[in-house]
Design a protein around this ligand. Structure first.
Ligand SMILES: C[S@@+](CC[C@H](N)C(=O)[O-])C[C@H]1O[C@@H](n2cnc3c(N)ncnc32)[C@H](O)[C@@H]1O
Length: 280
């Protein structure tokens, strides 16, 4: 088989499984090409591609995803006219993604702490978003703010396209690879929440490159404080603090740290202390 045929075969076989069928084809091809180039047999390359796709995305989503039911729940809550009901529906839906599930208990303070000093926030880019756009009701945004979300799952992004208008923003949801492209439209704030460790499994130093190139002056970067099994780990905190120092080491960015029970977050101002630094 020629190299291109091997890659096509790998992509087709990986996308044939229910667990990976909704992942953007280019992402499967990028991971698969690296595994084939490492000299694996086709069979082993398919296996290791599946393992990587599991680690970077599929592991966070609960097995059975019913976005139709999630949308119905959100529509019903929104039509009640009770903001508390909309929040309750969002919390229920966010339980389907490990990252947003872990954030539910800190939502009341998380976005107030991070966004209020940046007010007015009129536009947000949510990179590798998962189900985080369902936290919009907790964000202090200006009415009718623009919210652009990006992730690699087609079904997730189709759901978010329909969900975001119910949350009071001008929302758009794009299936895309943050390692391959940077959003074209600038925003006041970009979010890169708990994704640096996944992205750096595919590209070393992706964190610094993305923070520097994303067209937003303020970037919120965060890390988990517990392992996927839920174990809180002091070593993890030290590792991610060190990683963040490395990401910012060569830059004149201003960085504020916020530590929560389930998340270590940083607000980066790329304009730096004098308000006029480099944006990379
Ligand atoms: C740890 S989760 C974080 C989700 C969300 N940011 C949050 O904190 O709730 C990592 C997310 O990154 C997404 N992802 C992984 N690789 C990506 C890529 N190359 N481009 C865009 N999204 C990616 C996964 O699908 C997953 O939703």
């Amino acid at each position: 088989m020629k190299p291109d045929e091997r890659l096509d075969e790998l992509v087709t076989r990986v996308l044939a499984s229910a667990k990976y069928q909704h992942i953007q084809r280019d992402v499967v091809a990028r991971v698969g090409a690296t595994e084939l180039a490492a000299g694996h047999t086709l069979k082993d390359a398919i296996k290791s591609t599946r393992r990587k796709l599991h680690q970077i995305g599929a592991v966070y989503l609960s097995g059975r995803r019913d976005y139709g039911a999630a949308l119905a729940l959100l529509r019903e809550a929104q039509s009640s006219g009770q903001p508390a009901q909309t929040k309750e529906a969002c919390r229920t839906i966010m339980r389907a993604h490990q990252s947003s599930r872990e954030r539910i208990s800190i939502l009341e303070s998380f976005y107030q702490d991070l966004f209020a000093p940046l007010a007015p926030v009129k536009s947000v880019l949510d990179l590798a978003c998962g189900l985080n756009p369902l936290s919009i009701p907790w964000m202090p945004l200006t009415p009718g703010a623009r919210y652009h979300a990006l992730d690699i799952f087609h079904d997730l992004m189709a759901f978010l396209w329909q969900a975001m208008p119910l949350l009071g923003v001008q929302g758009s949801a794009e299936v895309g690879d943050v390692l391959a492209e940077s959003p074209a439209t600038p925003a006041d704030v970009a979010l890169l929440l708990k994704s640096v460790p996944c992205l750096e499994l595919i590209e070393r130093n992706a964190g610094e490159r993305i923070v520097a190139s994303v067209p937003a002056r303020h970037v919120v970067v965060s890390f988990p404080t517990a392992s996927l099994g839920g174990r809180r780990d002091r070593g993890m905190l030290a590792t991610y603090r060190r990683r963040m120092e490395q990401i910012c080491a060569q830059r004149v960015w201003t960085v504020r740290e916020h530590l929560y029970d389930s998340e270590l977050a940083y607000v980066i101002d790329k304009a730096g202390p004098a308000g006029g630094g480099s944006d990379g």
